[in-house]
Design a protein around this ligand. Structure first.
Ligand SMILES: [Zn+2]
Ligand SMILES: [Zn+2]
Length: 94
């Protein structure tokens, strides 16, 4: 096999990673897509059940203030995967 093309070496080998402002994850700007960043658009809250939004099913023995969840999706685990995705945002952006 004879190749006439010379591959450029040493270019684009050093990936400049950035830290996402939102999810605090290191990411490669070159592969930042609209689904790269998983996050919760709202806060993790601790409050009592309200009737409009039943995020959390309380057990019979739970006190009414036991509800802790993400206000956006109702995930009860603080470490739950984000329910929304978007591009990562670097601290340089904006
Ligand atoms: Zn991110
Ligand atoms: Zn969420």
């Amino acid at each position: 096999m004879e190749g006439g093309e010379v591959m450029e070496k040493g270019k684009a080998e050093t990936v400049e990673e950035k830290v996402c402002k939102r999810c605090k994850t290191l990411y490669d700007p070159a592969s930042n897509t609209s689904s790269s960043c998983r996050f919760h658009p709202s806060f993790f809250v601790s409050r009592r059940h309200d009737d409009q939004k039943r995020y959390y099913e309380l057990g019979p023995d739970d006190p009414p203030y036991a509800a802790k969840f993400y206000d956006c999706c109702g995930a009860e685990d603080l470490n739950a995967l984000g329910c929304a995705t978007n591009f990562h945002i670097s601290y340089d952006d904006e």
